[in-house]
Design a protein around this ligand. Sequence first.
Ligand code: SF4
Ligand code: SF4
Length: 400
Amino acid sequence: MQYRTVPKNGENLSALGFGAMRLPTKRLKIDEERATRQLRYAIDNGVNYVDTAVPYHGGESERFLGRALQDGYRERVNLATKLPPFMVKSRVDMDRILDISLKKLQTTHIDYYLLHGLEASGWKKMLDLGVLGFLDSARASGKIRNAGFSFHGDRKTFREIIDAYDWVFCQVQYNFLDEDTQAGTEGLRYAASKGIAVMVMEPLRGGTLAGKLPDGVVRIYRDAPVQRTPAEWALRFVLDHPEVTVVLSGMNDEAHISENIRTCSDALPGSMTAEEHDVISRAAGVYRQMMKVPCTGCAYCMPCPFGVNIPNCFQLYNQYYMVPGRLMTRIWYGVQLMGGMGVPAYAGLCRNCGKCMKACPQHIAVPDELRKVSKKFDGLRTKALMPLVRLVFSDKIKEE
Ligand code: SF4
Ligand code: SF4
C-alpha cells in the first residue's frame, strides 16, 4: 500500500480509504459477516483509514464498524465520522451527536472528525450555532484528534470555509468529470496551499464511471496504450494529483477491493504519462458532449436571492444525462436540493429576477435552463422519493 502524509500532523495514511457508505447488504440490512471480512481484508492489506457517517445505512454503519473493528482492528486504523448539520438544532446537539457516535463506534476518540456535507446554508447555520467552539472543545477533551469537513457546495463557499478554521483535512467530491464542479481542481490546490490534507470522495461518481459506459468511452479505453479497468483509470486520475492524501472508495465486492488495493499501491503522484492523461481527457470529453448546460460550477452567480443553488442544480441535471444511474441522481437532487439534508434550494424556487445572468461568465440563460431542471426534477417522481430520502437522512436516526 502507498501511504501519503497529512501535512499538519505528519501522519501517514493509506492512499486508499475504506468508505462504509455502500457496504454489502442482505435482505436490506448490512451483511455483517461479509462486510467484516471485506473490511478486515482491506486493513490486513494496508488500508488504515476508514470513513463513515451518522446517516450511512440508516444509522447502522457506525454501529457495524464498532463491532467489525473489534479484535485489535480499531487500533490499526484511523477512524473518520461526521457531524451532520441537518441533525443539529443547537450547540448542545453537537456534543450529544458526537457522544452517540463514540458509543456506537465503541471507541474513546474519533481520529478524523468532519462537519458533514457543508454548503453555503449548512455552513452558515453551523457557524451561527457555534460549531468552531464545539470543535475546539472536542479537540481539547481528546474526543476528536483532527478536525475537517466534507463539502458539496460552490467554490466561493469552499474558500470561505478553508479560511475560517485551522482544519487538518477536508473531503471533496473529485473525479475526472468534477474538475470544475464543487471544490474542483482549484479547491484541491487551495486546500493544499494551506497545508490541508484532501480526502477525495466519489472518485467513481458513485460507481457510475466504472459501471455501464457510453460506447465512445468503451472505444477510448479499448484503444488506449495500456489496458486498465474503468475503475483503475478513474482512481489513477485522482491519485495522480499530489494534493490528494486519501481516495475513498465505498467498496462491497471482494474483487473490486483487491483491484483497488493494487491500484492504490503504485498510483504515485505525477506517475501518469501524457498519453494516459490524453485517454482520460478524451473519455471526459465524451461525457461532456452529453452535458445539457455548460455550467462550470464557478458560483459567480451566487447567492440567488430566492435561495436556488444554481451550480448544484446544473451539476445534477448534467449528471442525469451524462452517466447511468438516473434514479440515484434524482435521489441526490432530493437529498441536496429539496430539503432532504438542509435548506431547500431546488430549481423551482427561481423567480426569474435575472440577477444571476449578469454574473455568469458562460452567458448561460440561467432562469430558462432552471425551468428545464425544474421540469425534470421538481415533479411527482422526485417527490415520491422524498419519504425514502427523509427516512435515510432522518434527524431521528435511532441513537442507542
Ligand atoms: S433568475 Fe432565478 S436563479 Fe437567477 S438569481 Fe433570480 S431567482 Fe435566482
Ligand atoms: S451558472 Fe454560470 S456563474 Fe453560475 S456556476 Fe454556472 S457557470 Fe458559474
